[in-house]
Design a protein around this ligand. Sequence first.
Ligand SMILES: [Zn+2]
Length: 175
Amino acid sequence: MPVCPTLELGDPLLRQQAQPVTDPAAPEVQALIIDLWDTLRDFQQRNGWGRALAAPVIGVGLRVIVIAFEGQELALINPRFESWGRSQALDYECCITFGAIWGAVYRPEQVVVVALDANGVEQRFEAAGSLSRLLQHEIDHLDGLVWLDREPDAATICTTRERKRQLMDQQGSAK
Ligand SMILES: [Zn+2]
């Protein structure tokens, strides 16, 4: 089952705490990572967006995420925050589980995340900007949270079509 259906907001599986992986080399964990990649790529092809996927989004309650970011492909097993920066950044987020709505959320601008890679080797990520936000969004999924739970600025919540219009306006005024 390489490409899996993605759950939609309201599904109780999205609200469960995912369990740590005990053996990264286990065949079911390796198969899960392949399923996550296949599902993320399929989603990207069909929708033109989506940079990361957490196992709970395909209904699997394990602490595994994959992130495709600026040419890097990262699989993170049992990711945890080592530290958060003090400064907060406000930026828009969207989610595969409710892709019709966008909103701006404050999150720490910088984070340090420690995780096992697909080979079970510990990796440390010092992330800022978009990668930091992606990591925080995906690790939230492992804890049963979505960006709506992060107290978005209510005035910024908008539809995908409105968000695209805003971005086009910004591009137009930047010329
Ligand atoms: Zn999401």
